[in-house]
Design a binder for this molecule. Structure first.
Ligand SMILES: NC(=O)C1=CN([C@@H]2O[C@H](COP(=O)(O)OP(=O)(O)OC[C@H]3O[C@@H](n4cnc5c(N)ncnc54)[C@H](OP(=O)(O)O)[C@@H]3O)[C@@H](O)[C@H]2O)C=CC1
Ligand SMILES: O=C1CO[C@H](CO)[C@@H](O)[C@@H]1O
Length: 412
């Protein structure tokens, strides 16, 4: 407090206003008028404006994309985002020609098919975007890699129903020389990306404790009833992957599940609690309450996702706006550190769903044009799959599971 006499005043402004931005002209004027000799105004402006929360875009956006699956995520997120970004989806296939045609009409795609084999005979297609249930993704990739004009695949998380099948998917792509990117797209949620940027820039110092608390109800799908599992491989996988994105590889994980009292199909997970232990002492705690009841049973709702990262020199806290979808609620980040002593509250218009779906496709297109591996490569995703499988093992055995120390992907 002694370093910056204005600090308490700025705190109150940030807290009360909620949307006041240190980069805004009002606050800039306020600081410049009142405290030019006390605060380094330029430094204050920069730290908040400096965070990378949007994806890099490829030089060429016209690479022809063929889409497999025309369900929720393809129709309402991928294709909406691709049209915004100027990407070039030209064809779509799913089990039902009618669905594929409806989605083609809605997003102005040239062609629709009732089989992806038929679609893949279009030799213009360079990139295949897959959005089918996880237990059939291995078969789909197995078929796609036989078409030599295909150079890149964007596949869904989880890559398969278990680690071994996911490894087969990665191997199939490696053998065919196809670049595989996995749509682990919470990494492109704007607040998650901004936080990663703050961590990377050292604004928070050494991370000490991270928490993520989900109290929200995903759109469960009928195909989930045949899996025998739901939350951890479908939803918690985003949160576990986010911790990897922020902090790297954990040493050990402890998971505890209780079944979701509202879900009628057999499942081993449901509500998931996770503790990740890192070698450097960092601890991460995730609570995925996907029942969040009895909200759907008539009680008042308390839905949301909140996260928080405490470091030796700073603190970041955020919200994920997605539980309000289809309402458009951008995620948020507030952060502070011991150098500036105020809450920085950058804000943006973009939301996780659908805007963040630009990121994974952009990453794949950049990887193809630069001949490099995407950061969300198949090999990288295997580390998330290994973590997820360790969570199932931990919950089943009621003990912490040590993760392989190198976590290196065994793909040839
Ligand atoms: N990264 C993310 O944030 C998200 C990822 N996902 C993932 O995306 C995938 C799809 O989820 P979602 O869109 O919600 O599911 P939907 O049930 O809405 O859509 C599934 C689609 O797969 C198609 N399909 C099913 N079987 C086949 C098959 N044998 N051949 C070709 N197409 C087939 C269906 O075809 P038809 O329409 O003809 O019946 C449908 O279009 C899942 O793996 C899920 O985990 C989902 C949501 C968010
Ligand atoms: O990845 C996911 C995030 O949100 C979706 C929509 O509720 C989930 O169902 C899902 O699979």
């Amino acid at each position: 407090m002694t370093k910056h006499p204005l600090r308490p005043c700025l705190h109150r402004l940030g807290d009360a206003g909620g949307h006041l931005r240190p980069s805004g002209s009002l606050l800039s004027t306020f600081l410049i008028l009142l405290a030019p000799s006390v605060l380094d105004v330029d430094a204050l402006m920069d730290i908040s404006d400096d965070l990378d929360f949007l994806p890099a875009l490829p030089s060429h956006r016209d690479v022809p994309i063929g889409c497999i699956g025309s369900g929720f995520i393809m129709a309402d997120c991928h294709l909406v985002a691709y049209r915004q970004a100027g990407f070039n989806p030209i064809a779509i296939a799913s089990r039902s020609r009618k669905h594929a045609q409806e989605v083609a009409d809605r997003h102005h795609l040239e062609s629709s098919y009732d089989s992806y084999h038929a679609m893949l005979s279009d030799t213009r297609i360079r990139v295949v975007d897959i959005a089918v249930p996880p237990d059939i993704q291995l078969q789909v990739v197995h078929d796609v890699v036989r078409y030599p004009h295909v150079r890149g695949i964007l596949a869904q998380k989880p890559l398969a129903a278990n680690y071994d099948d996911a490894q087969r998917v990665v191997q199939l792509c490696a053998d065919a020389g196809i670049t595989l990117c996995v749509n682990q797209n919470m990494r492109y949620d704007q607040s998650v990306r901004a936080c990663q940027s703050a961590i990377r820039r050292g604004y928070l110092g050494d991370p000490v404790l991270a928490t993520l608390d989900m109290r929200a109800i995903p759109h469960w799908k009928p195909w989930q009833s045949r899996q025998g599992w739901m939350t951890c491989r479908i939803m918690s996988i985003h949160h576990l992957d986010t911790m990897r994105f922020w902090f790297g590889e954990p040493e050990r994980v402890f998971a505890s599940f209780r079944t979701d009292p509202r879900t009628k199909f057999t499942h081993v997970d449901g509500i998931g609690l996770y503790i990740l232990e890192y070698k450097n002492g960092l601890r991460c705690m995730i609570c995925d309450d996907v029942w969040t009841g009895p909200a759907r049973e008539g009680a008042a709702e308390d839905l949301g996702i909140r996260w928080r990262v405490e470091g030796t020199e700073g603190l970041a806290r955020g919200t994920i706006g997605w539980p309000k979808y289809p309402l458009r609620e951008p995620s948020t980040i507030d952060f502070t550190n011991i150098s500036t002593g105020i809450w920085h509250q950058p804000r943006w218009e973009q939301a996780w769903f659908p805007d963040a779906f630009v990121g994974p496709m952009a990453e794949l297109l950049i990887a193809l044009e630069s001949g490099t591996a995407p950061t969300m490569s198949g090999r990288d995703h295997l580390k998330t799959m290994a973590l997820v499988d360790a969570c199932y093992q931990s919950a089943q055995q009621h003990r912490a599971i040590l993760l392989p120390s190198d976590m290196d992907c065994p793909i040839r």
